[in-house]
Ligand binder design. Sequence first.
Ligand code: HEM
Length: 226
Amino acid sequence: MKRVYIYKGFERFWHWTQASLIIFLAVTGFEVHGSFTVFGFEHAAMFHRVASYMLIVLIVFAIFWHIVTGEWKQYIPTTKKLKAQIMYYSFGMFKGEKHPTKKTELSKMNPLQRLTYLGFKLVLIPVTVISGIIYMTQKTLDKNNIVVIKDFSLDSIAFWHTLGAFLLIVFLIIHVYMTTTGHTPTSNIQAMITGYEDLEDEEDETTEVKAESKDKKVKPVKETNS
Ligand code: HEM
């Protein structure tokens, strides 16, 4: 195994801040929705607004970061090994099979992750954030606080926003479960905290294959430097 610096400082900051804000927005949002009481309606609505501004600022910085670092390329979808990856998550990993794709610094995501995260960034987040912004601005008040213009029906905005929120929670639950399917149950989470992950060393594999073909009777020994 080789220790590789896989998640940069900003990426880790963005990941954990986004996760915390989404969880906080889900708690305050569903309180506004009437699902439970934690802060009280007025406070929940106010906290929800403040956190939503923070999320918007974070998203703007994240978009900028993805563009200038070229990290957006990590999300280019591919169908290569997609079926193998689905089969691995559905059956292979329970039988102790090997990961069908290799994680490297330049290709951090397997084909299924690419598709999922692309959907998260291009559909789920925009639906929730844009409907949230429309929710916030859907009515124009005059100086006596009387609604003078209502461009969108509140019902349809609330529907799309709540649907987005619900799907984000579903995503979060599946996402947390999937993080446990790495090299060890906590290796992926540790990597997102420290930035470093132990990945299979490609050189070791080549050496192993060479050794195997040279002398089939000699069992190759893998060198580890971690
Ligand atoms: C930038 C992002 C977001 C904005 C601008 C936003 C904005 C809003 C606004 C304006 C409301 C109406 C309540 C109020 O006036 O305070 C609301 C409600 C709500 N928000 Fe958000 N929100 C955002 C993100 C989220 C996220 C990430 C979630 C959950 C994961 C969420 C869940 C909810 C829920 C469940 C409601 C109640 C909907 C209803 O029953 O009408 N929001 N949001």
